[in-house]
Design a protein around this ligand. Structure first.
Ligand SMILES: Cc1cc2nc3c(=O)[nH]c(=O)nc-3n(C[C@H](O)[C@H](O)[C@H](O)COP(=O)(O)O)c2cc1C
Length: 383
């Protein structure tokens, strides 16, 4: 039950810190963590760094989707903290200088949403999935989430036609052949424990592993590292990479044929509201699955290109166009969504064997949180 007369000034700083820390757990592409959260008493402003979110800024659809994920995390943590979050999206004429989201917190009495318990548990699991089925009762709840969402939809498949697998393989190839994208990917891959500890961002190479560590994976990561250092990535290495490895470092794309299935989240229209809604739905499903022992790995190489191509916001370099040709039509045939909808996010899910290795977890930059006495001081720098 809400208590509108509650005084925002009574929210203590510890509580606000917990809200912000939870928000910083929100996943971002390549763990680039492009958000800076500025807190001033009970008001939060969220700024975006397009330099950090480079992958998402081809154009920035995945960042708008990401704001949806942030808003959902905020809702969940506020439900646990006895707070109400009044959010204002500021996505028109967006830039790095102005906040994308403004939040006003008020104390209320409310029932916690159990999903909030999974915020710190959630992670990307790229391992082989040994079990899991779409017939598992948990998927009834997952589908219910899809139905409850306004502005986005959810679809699942557990059989993969050849044309779809070929498209997934092509999307991986696209990353290898698109210089800017490949450099960005390398930029966020962390090959040493020292780099992981220093930057607290990016993806530790162990998080790519399908199975326990072995010399093939290690050698592969070292070749990538060397190629990055030398700024050298010859055609034959690109071809070898995509021929033999997918996002999960396994024979591409056969490895997708494991676990429960592949999910696809669509937006009902090209509006920003629907993109935000799809981010919110994605976060809820991710948490729900992780909370119930299911692994979750985004497969966004394909959908992140199809979405802006479909909405006319992406000029794909000409030499890459053939790799995603008819991508929208193929996805529509495979997942069965309506012509009005656009796919924005795909993921595989299933149950992996054993605990997720601690040393494969990605880290969070804690200096993205700034406390200020006065929000009018617009310049953003961490304390
Ligand atoms: C919008 C979005 C797209 C992503 N795309 C991929 C992807 O295509 N392949 C993949 O393996 N991981 C993908 N990820 C997972 C991120 O790399 C991961 O969330 C990030 O490194 C943080 O790690 P964590 O999820 O374990 O906390 C994506 C995440 C988000 C939020």
């Amino acid at each position: 039950m809400s208590n509108k007369n509650a005084n925002p000034a009574s929210i203590d700083k510890e509580k606000i810190s917990r809200v912000v820390k939870a928000m910083l757990q929100t996943p971002t592409p390549e763990n680039s963590q492009p958000w800076t959260i500025v807190a001033c008493d009970h008001i939060l402003e969220i700024f975006h760094s397009s330099e950090r979110a480079k992958l998402a800024t081809f154009p920035d659809d995945l960042s708008v989707f990401g704001i949806g994920m942030l808003v959902e995390t905020l809702e969940l943590v506020c439900s646990n903290e006895g707070l109400e979050a009044q959010t204002t999206l500021l996505l028109e004429n967006r830039s790095d200088e102005a906040p994308w989201l403004r939040v006003e917190l008020t104390p209320v009495e409310r029932r916690p949403d159990p999903l909030g318990q999974a915020i710190f548990l959630r992670h990307t699991d790229r391992r082989h999935y040994a079990a899991g089925s779409l017939n598992d009762p948990i998927f009834q709840n997952v589908r219910r989430e899809g139905k409850a969402s306004q502005g986005s939809n959810l679809y699942f498949i557990n059989e993969y036609p050849d044309e779809y697998l070929q498209l997934l393989r092509n999307a991986d190839q696209k990353v290898m052949e698109w210089d800017e994208l490949r450099h960005d990917l390398m930029n966020w891959t962390r090959f040493t424990n020292k780099a992981i500890a220093e930057t607290k961002d990016g993806m530790p190479w162990r998080s790519f592993l399908r199975e326990s560590e072995n010399w093939v994976y290690y050698l592969r990561s070292r070749v990538w590292w060397l190629a990055t250092c030398l700024d050298w990535f010859p055609d034959w290495l690109q071809r070898l990479e995509t021929r033999f490895f997918d996002d999960s470092s396994e024979l591409s794309p056969l490895s997708y044929d494991d676990g429960a299935g592949i999910g696809c989240i669509t937006t009902m229209s090209a509006s920003e509201e629907d993109l935000v809604a799809s981010g919110r739905l994605t976060l809820r499903i991710w948490l729900l699955l992780n909370m119930n022992g299911y692994g979750f790995q985004p497969l966004s190489n394909l959908s992140s290109t199809i979405y802006p191509l479909q909405t006319g916001r992406l000029n794909l370099p000409k030499h890459l166009a053939h790799l995603v040709e008819n991508g929208y039509e193929i996805l529509q045939r495979v997942f069965g969504f309506s012509k009005q909808e656009t796919p924005i996010f795909c993921f595989r899910t299933g149950v992996a064997k054993g605990e997720y290795p601690e040393n494969a977890r990605s880290l969070r930059r804690v200096n993205e949180m700034t406390f200020k006495k006065n929000l009018e001081q617009r310049e953003v720098h961490a304390l």
